[in-house]
Write a protein that binds this ligand. Sequence first.
Ligand SMILES: NC(=O)c1ccc[n+]([C@@H]2O[C@H](COP(=O)([O-])OP(=O)(O)OC[C@H]3O[C@@H](n4cnc5c(N)ncnc54)[C@H](OP(=O)(O)O)[C@@H]3O)[C@@H](O)[C@H]2O)c1
Length: 409
Amino acid sequence: MSALRYAGMDDTDSEDELPPGWEERSTKDGWVYYANHEEMKTQWEHPKTGKKKRCAGDLPYGWEQETDEKGQTIYVDHINKRTTYFDPRQAFTVEDVVVKPKRYDGNTSALEILQGRDLSDRVVLITGGNSGIGFETARSFALHGARVILACRNLSRASKAANLIQQEWHKARVEAMMCNLASLRSVREFAESFKAKELPLHILVCNAAVCTPPWNLTEDGFESTFQICHLGHFLLVQCLQDVLRRSAPARVVVVSSESHRFTNLLDSCGKVDLALLSPPKEEYWSMLAYNRAKLCNILFSNELHRRLSPHGVTSNAVHPGNMMYTSIHRSWWLMTFLFTLARPFTKSMQQGSATTVYCAVAPELEGSGGMYFNNCFRCQPSIQAEDPSSAANLWELLSVRKVQKQKQT
Ligand SMILES: NC(=O)c1ccc[n+]([C@@H]2O[C@H](COP(=O)([O-])OP(=O)(O)OC[C@H]3O[C@@H](n4cnc5c(N)ncnc54)[C@H](OP(=O)(O)O)[C@@H]3O)[C@@H](O)[C@H]2O)c1
């Protein structure tokens, strides 16, 4: 006996052994509880280990649970013709471990979040997936088996990006498609081509953006930062919302920025003003235009969630990180200079894509949306970004028919 104890095989000395006076019992639905006969009390936790347990499976073959005349649960073994108060399932109990959602932070990479996940039944669409954060997001999803579509304004850059991912894993399913957000016609054509593939759409990442380009009007007559960062995505979601709804549960992630805090969109009457969103040349300040578009991103995500969540489509907005060295700075030498100075201290692009990936797959976010995330953590956006009437107002202002009318006048 003592030899067994030294070998660690003496189960009478196990930590599960009950102190004198205690008895292990189970409820009808298999939860284990502990009764102390001296103190006449019961409790869920094991008196020594403090752990909760439940029975792992069904009753063994031939056994039945019954109630005796005193109302106590008994177990009848029909094969061996015997009856006992001891639940035979207690021989096979498992600990009741509450699986807490994993906590991530600013150092987490997208691939860490996806570790061990099989996304082979998921279809993911990413705008601007050919470079920077969008590329890392696409790569992370594709390396976990998802079918990924890169919706990009330059097909040759997009095909190069798709090839790079396929070189990394020959089974990656990545496809480049043409979608220029600076052209409403191109967005509509893209949506039609996508629909023609008859694919579902489980994850849509509105990622593409430009930052601080010189003032320029698109062919639709809108200031280009506003159209590329916001209006193009707005139309894209309008065109694909039936696909998203058919693919429910589906998630939209809108890539915004902390810079949304440094602006507002309201005119003197408190209404969202299109003249502020798409200003004429003399009123254009490139950084302000970017900040406004990023504020639109959060308002859009919130309103989209309000409208589509009853149909199983949720939406969240994210800040990917500060001043990551992507191509976003390329339009203005001053931005390039600042981004170069900040480069040693900022997140990698893998870390920059983590919050987007987290919002796209985290099980604890199933069915949840209308929120804003930074470093894989929910946080408070600016007061205006949270305002539901501004969100509804912006949506109405840009609804496709009104946008069309605007162009004609
Ligand atoms: N980098 C940061 O520090 C940072 C910080 C906060 C937020 N963000 C946000 O993160 C997102 C990704 O930016 P990034 O830093 O990865 O920049 P990026 O490397 O410049 O990527 C932007 C992507 O958008 C695409 N794009 C630009 N104009 C387009 C158009 N008309 N139609 C379709 N696609 C277009 C670009 O395509 P081309 O390659 O063809 O130009 C590129 O693929 C953006 O929403 C940005 O606002 C970035």
